[in-house]
Design a protein around this ligand. Structure first.
Ligand SMILES: C[S@@+](CC[C@H](N)C(=O)[O-])C[C@H]1O[C@@H](n2cnc3c(N)ncnc32)[C@H](O)[C@@H]1O
Length: 223
């Protein structure tokens, strides 16, 4: 993306901010996914119908504490936030690799804070999810609230996604949800391998609506 395109896409923050201000307290998953997909500045890297199916699961769970690993433009964080309880603790762990990415993350802060409603709190940790210090940081923020929902969409290498699961899933309450994005993606993505190894240990469901090169897929575990 060149500088002009970045600037043009960034301008959609203005109508989006207005849209967020008018959003009521109980929007449907359909409405939220529709908004996320309509604004380039936050558009999620998801298959729309797969995201919608996961959003319905999240809406039923109405999390009071959630952690997203891998936020990028923020579209998934937006949808989870508005489906969470009005007093939810929302934590995003995201580590941009480039200098440009770091600058963009700083600029995103004010917009991401507008994703919240009611008495929710939003915590944007720009840290490596594999670093034990990030586990401690998440623990300090959530205090004695276990996670109700953990969304893993950060490092997609096998060792990376495995580390995210092993480090962060112990904070999820019994019966809580861990969702993995890209369980159907082609190599070198390592998520399918981890998913195949662990899914049978839990009640789980697979949301895969696209096959072929565009395949992504979401795997959901109740731990
Ligand atoms: C695929 S994008 C997330 C997409 C987002 N969930 C969505 O659908 O809009 C992956 C993000 O994870 C971040 N990431 C990769 N490895 C990470 C790590 N070890 N710790 C934290 N964030 C990481 C990347 O910088 C990137 O922003």
């Amino acid at each position: 993306m060149n500088l002009f395109e970045s600037f043009r896409d960034g301008l959609s923050v203005v109508p989006l901010a207005g849209r967020l201000a008018r959003l009521g307290d109980s929007p449907t998953p359909e409405a939220l996914v529709g908004i996320a997909m309509s604004y380039k500045v936050i558009r999620p890297l998801q298959v729309r119908t797969e995201m919608l199916e996961l959003a319905r699961i999240v809406a039923d769970a109405r999390p009071r504490a959630l952690l997203e690993i891998g936020t990028f433009r923020g579209g998934t964080l937006f949808v989870w936030s508005r489906l969470a309880a009005p007093d939810a603790v929302i934590i995003s762990l995201d580590l941009p690799v480039s200098l440009r990415g770091k600058l963009v993350r700083v600029a995103q802060g004010p917009l991401f804070r507008q994703f919240t409603y009611g008495h929710q709190s939003m915590h944007l940790l720009r840290e490596d999810s594999h670093n034990p210090a990030s586990v401690a940081h998440v623990g300090t923020i959530r205090g004695d609230r276990p996670l109700d929902f953990l969304f893993i969409d950060g490092d997609h290498a096998y060792e990376g996604v495995k580390a995210d699961f092993e480090l962060h899933s112990p904070a999820v309450r019994p019966g809580g949800i861990v969702a993995f994005h890209d369980i159907a993606m082609k190599p070198p993505c390592g998520v399918p391998q981890l998913w195949t190894e662990i899914k049978s240990r839990y009640r789980h469901t697979e949301i895969v609506h696209e096959t072929g090169p565009k395949s992504m897929g979401v795997g959901v575990l109740w731990v």
